[in-house]
Design a protein around this ligand. Structure first.
Ligand SMILES: [Zn+2]
Length: 259
């Protein structure tokens, strides 16, 4: 018998606190998935890195996207880590050498903006998929409840050079910008120089630092009128993602209030 409730999970399992079903699709979980993926972190990995139950397909099905996201974000990253990874012999440089197709895709990501500037416009759908997966994993880590991944939606993925003071009002986060600064461009260098000022805005709220300046995230309520949370993620001070998440389950809300 496979009766399912509204969450898409078998009725009985959905009542368990931490069901051993894949948190992304509801199939039986036979692996543990790292959240965020190891590819988007630095060695040594944090000792208490979150893992969540996942089926083999969901655990491994995004590895191409993860690699794409890692390579693209370091190409337009301006930190020391990104410079090392993209320099000859670095992990991104080697990845692009070994996969000419991926290298070709990065080259094709250069587009002309309306004002004539050359911009870097990576495949944002690949970023979105990874952001949704991470957001769902972090949400599960917080609430130990499964809801299907379709309850999560990536609202936007931005290069940090577009970010100004939006953290004050996360709901007014701007839509997709026309593009990211071109790899190796003056604009990217200027963004790097401006970044220390931008970083000050992050002090406004308490971020959970999985690894400082590598992967940090924050859950914020959407607004008094909207039920739900936003998960804001900062990858390498270079890319920001905003994922719309369901509200916390009622039990967690009560427990949090008592604290
Ligand atoms: Zn799955």
């Amino acid at each position: 018998m496979d009766r399912r409730d509204n969450s898409g999970f078998p009725r009985q399992q959905s009542l368990l606190r931490a069901p051993e079903v894949c948190i992304y699709c509801g199939a039986p979980a036979d692996t543990r998935d790292h959240v965020p993926p190891k590819l988007l972190l630095e060695e040594p990995l944090p000792p208490n890195l979150l893992t969540v139950p996942a089926c083999w397909k969901c655990n491994n099905g995004c590895s191409d996207d993860e690699r794409y996201v890692r390579d693209a974000l370091h190409l337009v990253g301006f930190g020391e880590i990104s410079r090392e990874k993209t320099a000859p012999g670095g992990v991104v440089a080697r990845s692009l050498e070994h996969s000419p197709l991926l290298g070709q895709k990065m080259n094709q990501a250069h587009v002309a903006g309306e004002d004539g500037r050359i911009l870097f416009q990576p495949a944002l759908d690949r970023f979105s998929r990874i952001m949704v997966k991470i957001g769902a994993g972090l949400w599960f880590g917080l609430h130990h409840r499964c809801v299907t991944a379709s309850a999560f939606k990536c609202e936007t993925v931005q290069h940090t050079h577009c970010i100004s003071t939006w953290l004050v009002d996360v709901a007014s986060f701007p839509g997709q910008s026309s593009g990211w600064p071109e790899v190796g461009s003056q604009e990217l260098r200027r963004a790097a120089e401006a970044w220390p000022n931008q970083r000050d805005h992050r002090r406004l709220r308490e971020w959970t630092k999985v690894q400082a300046c590598v992967f940090e995230y924050l859950f914020v309520p959407k607004s008094p009128r909207q039920d739900g949370l936003f998960c804001v993620m900062n990858l390498y001070d270079t890319v920001w993602g905003l994922v719309s998440c369901p509200p916390p389950p009622p039990e967690t809300r009560t427990r949090n209030r008592r604290r």
